[in-house]
Design a protein around this ligand. Sequence first.
Ligand code: XMP
Length: 325
Amino acid sequence: MNNVRDENMKRINNQELANQFIDEQIKALKAQIGDNKVLLALSGGVDSSVVAALLIKAIGKNLTCVHVNHGLLRKGESESVIKVFREELGANLIYVDASDRFLDALAGVEDPEEKRKIIGKIFIDVFAEEARKLDDIKFLGQGTIYPDILESKGIKAHHNVGGLPPELNFELVEPVKLLYKDEVRQVGLALGLPRSMVFRQPFPGPGLGVRCPGAITRDRLALVRESDAILREEFNKCGLDQKVWQFFTIVPPFKSTGIKDNKRTFEYAVVIRAVNSVDATAAEVEEIPYDILFKIRDRILKEVNGVNRVLVDISPKPVATIEWE
Ligand code: XMP
């Protein structure tokens, strides 16, 4: 398969076209892979999930998925990958909890780009270590999609395991590389993946690490994770999750004064950010109704221990970026 989309290729925008694509891909994957084995880094994102589901249909147990938990995932995310792929789809899935390794290496590192580099490097190291433990792997599955090829911006650099050491020179299997994101989602639905996975909002590779600005600490990371889970739960309840493109919380590295049970507190603040965008190059802020904001505020202040203030970020991109770092 070359890297250019045929002008005659129909946009996959319904179940029938998605099923047709799946049938063709399964044939093509069987022909390309034969009886060989494929390795796939499964982050739980839409693209790698769809590739995994396609490969499971095409080659079953000859696919080995590796899910690396870098300790910067959202609440429940690894559990859902394990549930869907190992328990429901019967995939060969290796789960690696490398949280301590990532968080130890990140301790004290303040520079955002340095943080990204460390996360990217350890990800490759962990994945390569797992790959070396396996015999006879010939192919590497990747969730490259068409915009990645068109833009080649490298934003997904550490999702795509392109920087593997030279002795692990696998051939690539990239079944969705000519598809746009909406088409990948159609295919995901047709493959029977859960809607929550198929319509997952964009989530950066460095995960909650960029929402814990400055040096990541375990305590602040826990606050980001818990407050993010509350925000997601409340957005799901009122349907805003269907409308808003990306929403999350940030916990900046400073404390402020509060009062609780007649005692002075000195604790962190949670920032809520909810934006709409088409392709992330520009973004407008969602106007969250105050009654919903107050509900989220109340839950965060009550349920997340160590937080005494809730703020809302109303900055558009530009001038701000979507993430805080
Ligand atoms: P910014 O913050 O630059 O983000 O406005 C634009 C979009 O990209 C996501 N993002 C990343 N995704 N690795 C990723 O895979 C990264 O390092 C990264 N940084 C930002 C961000 O969540 C938003 O959707």
